[in-house]
Design a protein around this ligand. Structure first.
Ligand SMILES: Nc1ncnc2c1ncn2[C@@H]1O[C@H](COP(=O)(O)OP(=O)(O)OP(=O)(O)O)[C@@H](O)[C@H]1O
Ligand code: SF4
Ligand SMILES: [Mg+2]
Length: 401
């Protein structure tokens, strides 16, 4: 097999791998479902997804009844504290959970070209096709996600080969194109081992690898967390540019509100394994209806703000094996009442008559006292006290941005 670098087959360019590299999606026939009720623009429709880890002490309820729709080209940011279940949720969407984890309920429907399948039921061939070709995940730790004993080039070629791109020369050419696209010195980086690259370079290598098979959905888990502020800026600009060019749907997992403010269309606040608020960036940043979202916003430092006015969300996240009775946020909530002890509130529209399933056009919150929370926040905004921390623009300016 030739080892020389050749132009991508058929001159199709980086983002259009020839169709023969695509396994037929019809191989997922075993899990096909009636997608006629699904709007055409929805690419991922998640309903009641529930995941638990079995540990010695019991079951860790890491993801609880999560539902949302993701549209083509849309960016959804999942925000929340450490341990809230963001990574577990993301891994469940691509069925990459560890053995100790079990999906105990729910569906994940993926739709392309009018055909819909339940990802949780597809067989191994179709699943392999779904991961990378349809939905790629870039993992939380860029160093751990790369094989330390293989040069970058070989890792790309391995992925390409596993997904039907058997011509080594074509795979190499595509690797170089993608590395250039993410603004790396392609020839040099392709020949490096992961430990020879900086954190930002590794992150960009992983993003390029995620694009290898031109997926419709990309999941990025904490893409900027381990990076210095200048490298973060490069990665953010890169993601914005790639999204404009490619129009893939993006699920951005992050506890960085600034990143969400810059890149996302929709934001879901995740607390103790549940989505507790969902809405457009503007809704969630300007009109939060859940006290936890308000707490996260108040914890965002700004360049001009007074550090003494910063307030973290008081208390600790709950034990996911033994959740508190009623609303799981109650022990930390300044708005809690006796009513909140009775049951965990459902996610409902905060706009009368609005959709209660998180998706385009919905603003939902799981709080019995959402109107009071929204009103209190709005009073702060009017008083100019919260503006510094609440506006997406200000959040996006956080640090040196
Ligand atoms: N392999 C595992 N075995 C048991 N429990 C786990 C495992 N992985 C995660 N958990 C638990 O599941 C919960 C959710 O973890 P997860 O990693 O999804 O959170 P996260 O929101 O991604 O956190 P972070 O922001 O720190 O990455 C946590 O309570 C965590 O302790
Ligand atoms: S339901 Fe009650 S405890 Fe839960 S977030 Fe709302 S006010 Fe707080
Ligand atoms: Mg995580």
């Amino acid at each position: 097999m030739s080892d020389t670098v050749a132009p991508a087959s058929g001159g199709t360019g980086v983002f259009a791998p020839p169709s023969r590299f695509r396994l037929p999606w019809s191989s997922a026939v075993d899990a096909r479902i009636d997608g006629s009720k699904l709007p055409k623009e929805v690419v991922l429709s998640v309903r009641d997804l529930t995941v638990a880890y079995r540990v010695r002490r019991g079951m860790v309820q890491a993801v609880r009844k999560v539902s949302f729709d993701l549209r083509r080209g849309e960016t959804l940011a999942l925000i929340g504290e450490s341990g809230s279940g963001k990574t577990t949720l993301a891994l469940a969407l691509v069925r990459l959970l560890v053995r100790a984890a079990r999906v105990t309920d729910g569906t994940v429907v993926y739709q392309r070209d009018g055909r819909a399948v339940d990802v949780l039921r597809v067989g191994s061939n179709a699943l392999r096709h779904y991961r990378w070709n349809e939905c790629a995940m870039v993992f939380q730790s860029a160093l751990n996600a790369l094989n330390p004993v293989l040069r970058v080039r070989e890792q790309f070629i391995d992925v390409a080969r596993a997904h039907g791109m058997t011509n080594r020369a074509t795979a190499k050419a595509r690797t170089l194109e993608l590395l250039k696209l993410v603004q790396l010195d392609a020839e040099r980086v392709a020949g490096c081992y992961p430990h020879e690259l900086s954190g930002g370079m590794r992150q960009r290598v992983l993003i390029a690898m995620g694009l290898l098979l031109d997926p419709q959905v990309i999941i990025l888990d904490e893409p900027t967390t381990a990076l210095d502020i200048l490298t973060q800026r490069t990665v953010i600009d890169l993601l914005r540019r790639l999204k404009e060019e490619r129009q893939f749907a993006l699920i951005l997992v992050s506890h960085d509100l600034a990143l969400a403010a810059e890149l996302a269309d929709q934001v879901a606040t995740v607390y103790a394994g549940r989505i507790v608020e969902y809405g457009s960036v503007t809704d969630v940043f300007y009109r939060p209806n859940h006290p936890y979202t308000v707490g996260l916003l108040n914890a965002v430092p700004t360049l001009s703000g007074d550090f003494r006015s910063l307030d973290s969300v008081r208390g600790q996240p709950p034990d996911l094996i033994d959740l508190p009775r009623g609303c799981s946020f109650l022990p930390r909530c300044p708005f809690g009442t006796a009513e909140c002890e009775r049951e965990d509130p459902q996610l409902v529209s905060v706009v009368p008559g609005g959709p209660s399933i998180p998706g385009a056009g919905s603003h939902t919150a799981a709080c019995f006292h959402a109107p009071a929370v929204a009103k209190s926040f709005s009073r702060h905004l009017q008083a100019g006290q919260a503006e510094d921390v609440a506006s997406p623009d200000i959040a996006a300016e956080r640090g040196a941005r």
